[in-house]
Design a protein around this ligand. Structure first.
Ligand SMILES: *[C@@H]1O[C@H](CO)[C@@H](O)[C@H](O)[C@H]1NC(C)=O
Ligand SMILES: *[C@@H]1O[C@H](CO)[C@@H](O)[C@H](O)[C@H]1NC(C)=O
Ligand SMILES: *[C@@H]1O[C@H](CO)[C@@H](O)[C@H](O)[C@H]1NC(C)=O
Ligand SMILES: *[C@@H]1O[C@H](CO)[C@@H](O)[C@H](O)[C@H]1NC(C)=O
Ligand SMILES: *[C@@H]1O[C@H](CO)[C@@H](O)[C@H](O)[C@H]1NC(C)=O
Ligand SMILES: *[C@@H]1O[C@H](CO)[C@@H](O)[C@H](O)[C@H]1NC(C)=O
Ligand SMILES: *[C@@H]1O[C@H](CO)[C@@H](O)[C@H](O)[C@H]1NC(C)=O
Ligand SMILES: *[C@@H]1O[C@H](CO)[C@@H](O)[C@H](O)[C@H]1NC(C)=O
Ligand SMILES: *[C@@H]1O[C@H](CO)[C@@H](O)[C@H](O)[C@H]1NC(C)=O
Ligand SMILES: *[C@@H]1O[C@H](CO)[C@@H](O)[C@H](O)[C@H]1NC(C)=O
Ligand SMILES: *[C@@H]1O[C@H](CO)[C@@H](O)[C@H](O)[C@H]1NC(C)=O
Ligand SMILES: *[C@@H]1O[C@H](CO)[C@@H](O)[C@H](O)[C@H]1NC(C)=O
Length: 452
């Protein structure tokens, strides 16, 4: 900084005298205009050195460039603004071990970026971090911080990045977090946070990623997310969230990744999800979701991962899924999905076709048996696959015939190994082009020819 014009009339001698006075009595000259910037730099230097000596010995060695003889602008991990004030502190991956207790950030008012990602910092988050009115980047993730999130952090009005993930932070998410209206990336994941997602989250309308996964957050997903139209990543997995997936999810038209697995979500997948046209990854596994899988999912043409396992979905896989050409990872296991028809489970279906009429309730006995026997084989096949034709159809009919015969509960009615072998090897012309017409009953009544 050039000295203020007011000093121009002063002689060089007087100027030197001032400097000497400053050296001898640093505190006495606190009213001088001249040394105001230098004083700030000194106080920033003193603040950082005070923190350094509070850290564990080995860490102090890592910060050996932090010396009183030089200005902080020359120290490792630090950048200054054009005024020579500390504006950037980045000690990520540095193995820093200690607390933030002795880092009085109030004395680093020009800090715009504070990145302490991946160290061994423990203790609590000092509330005076909220004093950093210029801070736009805060990353304290991958440390051992504990205690709660100070509500004062809501004062960081200019924050765009706010990462406190992978620590041991407890308590609930303070409402004040919603004051961070400019935040684009917010992560509080992998902590031990409890309480609910604040409804006011809808005020953080510039959010692009919201990571709250691996906590103990309960309550519902607030419908105020309707405002988060720029959200492209929403990761709330491994929490205790309950209630439905809000219909408002359809407003998140930028959404690419939606991971809500391992919660207690119930209800159906809202059909509004077809509005999330950019969705590539939908992971809803391990919840209590039910109802049919909406055919609207078939219109999400970028969908590559669709994981719905361990829920209570029923019905069949929508035909519209044929159009999901990017799908590489599909898991629907442990649902009550019926690849089989009639909303029944495969096991129920199998037992019903072999159960003698007497074991059914009298009123429905014969009619339900014959109903099952009237089912067409084509309707029992996996509806996700194209319907087999010609030779493949013949093979399918032959295999179905054998499979049904071999699981017959009456051993005498099962084919012998020899009959199986004949059936597998013989010309199946009898079934050519018949697949669409063959019923379960016909297969069950098939007489196997004797050996030879
Ligand atoms: C750390 O430094 C203090 C004082 O400088 C010393 O007493 C102590 O032995 C050192 N500890 C280790 C582990 O080096
Ligand atoms: C901090 O430094 C690391 C490299 O050591 C870099 O990857 C990271 O982007 C920096 N953080 C910021 C906020 O610039
Ligand atoms: C954390 O930093 C250490 C070095 O201190 C490095 O070996 C490790 O890979 C880093 N971990 C992550 C997740 O970046
Ligand atoms: C930090 O610095 C501010 C401003 O000088 C001062 O008011 C406050 O008491 C200091 N806090 C601590 C814990 O030293
Ligand atoms: C810094 O923050 C603390 C706690 O949030 C507050 O009490 C204090 O007045 C602030 N100091 C300055 C200098 O802004
Ligand atoms: C996290 O905090 C809990 C108590 O809140 C404590 O029991 C646990 O040891 C802490 N874990 C780590 C890794 O610091
Ligand atoms: C949101 O982002 C846009 C574009 O980056 C910006 O113009 C706008 O001011 C931001 N709004 C808020 C509330 O931060
Ligand atoms: C959210 O925004 C609304 C309207 O802008 C305002 O009334 C409300 O106080 C805000 N809530 C929070 C927590 O910021
Ligand atoms: C949506 O955002 C606007 C403007 O920021 C705010 O007034 C309104 O309260 C928000 N709505 C919800 C549901 O959060
Ligand atoms: C779908 O998104 C558009 C904006 O992209 C919005 O106007 C419309 O209300 C959304 N529909 C639903 C059902 O969410
Ligand atoms: C799953 O759905 C079935 C009916 O489809 C119902 O009887 C059952 O109670 C549901 N189970 C759970 C855990 O919701
Ligand atoms: C697949 O997409 C095409 C073109 O968008 C459409 O005409 C067709 O009906 C879709 N098929 C299914 C089964 O949804």
């Amino acid at each position: 900084m050039s000295p203020p014009t007011v000093y121009k009339p002063f002689s060089y001698k007087f100027f030197s005298l001032l400097i000497i006075m400053e050296i001898l009595h640093p505190v006495s000259s606190s009213t001088s205009y001249l040394d105001a910037p230098k004083k700030s730099v000194d106080s920033e230097s003193a603040t950082l050195l005070k923190w350094k000596v509070s850290l564990q010995n080995q860490t102090q060695y890592l910060l050996r460039t932090w010396r009183v003889e030089t200005t902080p602008c020359q120290w490792v991990g630090i950048h200054c603004d054009t005024g020579g004030r500390v504006s950037y502190l980045n000690l990520s991956h540095s193995g820093i071990r200690g607390t933030l207790e002795d880092l009085n950030v109030s004395l680093l008012p020009n800090l715009r970026s504070l990145d302490l990602f991946n160290n061994s910092i423990y203790g609590t988050i000092p509330s005076n971090i909220g004093n950093l009115s210029k801070l736009s980047y805060l990353d304290l993730s991958e440390n051992h911080l504990s205690g709660t999130i100070p509500p004062e952090l809501g004062l960081l009005r200019n924050a765009k990045t706010f990462y406190l993930d992978h620590n041991n932070i407890s308590g609930s998410i303070p409402q004040e977090i919603c004051f961070l209206k400019h935040v684009i990336d917010l992560s509080l994941s992998s902590n031990i946070l409890t309480g609910t997602i604040p409804t006011c989250i809808g005020n953080m309308s510039n959010l692009s990623s919201l990571f709250l996964y691996q906590n103990q957050i309960s309550g519902t997903i607030p419908s105020s997310i309707t405002n988060l139209t720029k959200l492209s990543w929403l990761n709330l997995y491994v929490n205790q969230l309950s209630g439905p997936i809000p219909r408002e999810i359809g407003m998140l038209s930028s959404l690419q990744i939606l991971r809500l697995y391992t919660n207690k979500l119930s209800g159906t997948i809202p059909s509004t999800i077809n509005n999330c046209t950019k969705l590539a990854n939908l992971h809803l596994g391990d919840n209590q979701l039910s109802g049919r899988i909406p055919s609207e999912l078939g219109s999400l043409k970028f969908l590559s991962d669709l994981l719905l396992f361990m829920n209570n979905f029923s019905g069949s896989v929508p035909k519209e899924f044929d159009n999901l050409t990017h799908l590489t990872n599909l898991s629907l296991s442990v649902n009550h999905l019926t690849e089989v028809i009639l909303g029944e489970h495969l096991g129920d279906f199998m037992s019903s076709i072999f159960t003698p009429p007497s074991q059914f309730a009298p009123s429905t006995s014969t009619s339900s048996i014959s109903a099952v026997h009237d089912i067409f084989l084509k309707d029992v096949l996996d509806q996700r696959l194209l319907s087999p034709t010609r030779n493949v159809a013949e093979e399918v009919v032959g295999v179905a015939l054998l499979a049904l015969a071999c699981i017959n509960p009456t051993p005498q009615l099962r084919p012998t190994i020899q009959q199986v072998s004949v059936q597998l090897s013989k010309e199946k012309a009898a079934f050519r082009n018949l697949l669409p017409l063959i019923t379960i009953g016909q297969l069950l009544n098939h007489e196997f020819s004797s050996a030879q």
